[in-house]
Design a protein around this ligand. Structure first.
Ligand code: 6FA
Ligand code: ABL
Length: 541
């Protein structure tokens, strides 16, 4: 059966979009290549200590750090060689849950948006109403494992930082810090899956199909006819058509959506030639005369991030999160089960901070910090106590000028073709400056020791030798940049792919340049605004 709207991908972008489209009463189909996640959505994967309880690994925020250590990491997209979630909720189901209401700069002309997008407040408000943030997610209101916040505060206060409730004043992003803010509710992950997906699912005109992989977007000239899936139960040979005025919205994420555009003969010629050579996708592509040359996969950004590892005698590093699946502290497990309170009601971050920096090119760049107990890796010549380690991850965010490229390999697997970090040396110089400023007053905080890097390495050598693979912050944006010209953008101000009548992209990939914080708040606010424009656009179903 034909659908008025087909949305491909159930991450934060796709869930907001599908829910708002389904509010119109039109027939909406949401397709997701992965399976269920939270208990409410039919997921059942949980540690033994939660047996008999209605919570999966994806419900319990405190299990976040085990995403990287679990023996059976089925949630990652298998064909993508950086972290990306392929299950209901996409990245929002497996991520740290940090959630920032976007500052005005996230949608400003200076940050690459057309002026028609600058008034984001009504859309951000819609998101806040549906999914409010909290900086104290434990049901008893207590903030657990507070030590790393308290120690970092002693480091930042003398540097002129002040504390605030970050999401109460989103525009304040210079010399500020506060408690980490999350999209958790009731001590559970919640996020867009527990809110937007839930309301969509309840509507009779909304259909959700999981474990359904979209191979190709089928295009004839300017018109998209439907999507080609691997599921023959959904239509003849797995093809699902849209209605005569129907629309297809790609929400496959920064790696998934470019691949889908290539399958429709949209993108740079080198990528389309690869797609054409594929035995499944090639035969369904439009003839070369109909190819649309757009900068799909270009203009890519991700925050460069560098970890600093410290010790302090007050820290409780929580066994570096090693035993949260197999052997949690019994009192914490019991507390979570009885009242959704305690350590397991939050993920690992404890504090976030921001500071603005001028660069030698006259541009302002913002530094973000995330403070958490534990560390992903320690390289040090110092003896240290593993139970006292904590990490400050330093990110460079809004204002970065470095760019990279995303594409596909011959097996059509999404790949980073050009790494996006520090292609402009000024980005590196500013992050180095920011790190130097943070560590300058370590000696003033009694008991605080920087162990990675240690005193055998200078900060500049540490930054210069930092592996680019470790600089990835999983915050990919820009591959299908929104803008007003097909010469430098992939989608127009209505999120419609240039040169097509009825193909749209709504996910992280349309964001033109780096938002201020971890991006899912900016992505959902983008989706709220994009879907409103799509519904308002004439010619639809
Ligand atoms: N962002 C935050 O704001 N806060 C965080 O704490 C945070 N942490 C992390 C993190 O810890 C990790 C490990 C990762 C990987 C990311 C983090 N992020 C964080 C970033 C954030 O999760 C992403 O920016 C955000 O999820 C991107 O949202 P999108 O909607 O753009 O894309 P997704 O990748 O989430 O979803 C795409 C969906 O489409 C997936 O479910 C995928 O399975 C599906 N899909 C893709 N191609 C498809 C196809 N061909 N057919 C069917 N389904 C497809
Ligand atoms: C984010 O936005 C980042 O994308 C994640 O990398 C980050 O989590 C979360 N938020 C929480 O701040 C880190 C983990 O804390 C590390 O243990 C892990 O090694 C790293 O992600 C992997 O990228």
């Amino acid at each position: 059966t034909p659908y008025d709207y087909i949305v491909v991908g159930a991450g934060p972008g796709g869930l907001v979009t599908a829910d708002r489209l389904s509010e119109t009463g039109k027939k909406v189909l949401l397709l997701e290549r992965g399976g269920p996640s939270t208990w409410e959505t039919g997921g059942r994967y949980q540690p033994d200590w939660l047996a008999g309880q209605p919570y999966t690994k994806f419900d319990v925020p405190g299990l976040f750090e085990s995403m990287f250590s679990d023996g059976n990491q089925f949630w990652w997209c298998r064909d993508i060689n950086v972290f990306a979630g392929c299950l209901l909720g996409g990245g929002s189901t497996i991520n740290g849950g940090l959630y920032w209401y976007p500052p005005d700069s996230d949608f400003s002309v200076a940050n690459g948006w057309p002026s028609s997008w600058a008034n984001h407040a009504p859309y951000t408000q819609k998101m806040k109403t549906r999914l409010p943030s909290t900086d104290h997610s434990s049901m008893d209101g207590i903030r657990y494992l507070p030590q790393s916040f308290n120690v970092a505060k002693r480091l930042l206060d003398p540097q002129g930082y002040r504390q605030l409730t970050i999401n109460d004043e989103p525009n304040q992003k210079d010399h500020v810090y506060g408690y980490s803010s999350f999209f958790f509710q009731g001590g559970k992950r919640t996020g867009p899956t527990g809110t937007y997906f839930k309301t969509a699912k309840a509507r009779p005109n909304f259909t959700y199909r999981d474990y359904t992989f979209v191979n190709s977007i089928i295009r004839n000239g300017t018109k998209i006819l439907g999507v080609q899936t691997n599921d023959t139960s959904l239509g003849p040979n797995g093809f699902i058509p849209v209605t005569p005025n129907g629309r297809v919205i790609l929400s496959g994420g920064s790696f998934g959506s470019p691949r889908l555009l290539f399958s429709a003969g949209i993108g740079p010629t080198d990528m389309l030639t690869i797609a054409q050579g594929d035995s499944v996708v090639g035969p369904k592509m439009p003839p070369q005369a109909q190819w649309i040359n757009l900068p799909v996969g270009e203009n890519v950004q991700d925050n460069p991030s560098i970890n600093l590892v410290f010790t302090h005698p007050e820290i409780d590093a929580y066994e570096n999160w090693a035993e949260i699946m197999s052997d949690p502290r019994p009192a914490d497990a019991a507390q979570y089960i009885s009242s959704q309170s305690g350590v397991f009601a939050s993920s690992s971050p404890r504090m976030n901070f921001w500071r603005a920096y001028g660069g030698s090119d006259g541009k302002t760049r913002w530094l973000q910090g995330t403070v958490r107990p534990g560390a992903a890796s320690v390289t040090t010549s110092y003896p240290y106590n593993t139970s006292q380690i904590f990490t400050i991850t330093t990110y460079l965010s809004t204002g970065i000028t470095s760019k990279g490229r995303i594409g596909i390999d011959v097996a059509l697997r999404p790949r980073v073709l050009v790494e996006p970090w520090f292609t402009d040396p000024i980005d590196k110089a500013v992050l180095l400056q920011g790190i130097n400023d943070i560590v300058a007053s370590v000696g003033n905080v009694s008991g605080l020791t920087l162990i990675t890097p240690d005193n055998t390495t200078t900060i500049s050598a540490y930054v210069n030798n930092y592996g680019t693979g470790n600089m990835n912050s999983n915050h990919w944006i820009g591959a299908n940049k929104l803008g007003t010209s097909a010469s430098n953008s992939v989608v127009d101000a209505n999120a419609k792919v240039f040169g097509t009548d009825n193909l749209f992209v709504v996910d992280a990939s349309i964001i033109p340049s780096m938002p201020m914080g971890n991006p899912q708040g900016a992505i959902m606010a983008t989706a709220e605004q994009a879907v409103a424009k799509i519904i308002a656009l004439a010619g639809g179903p």
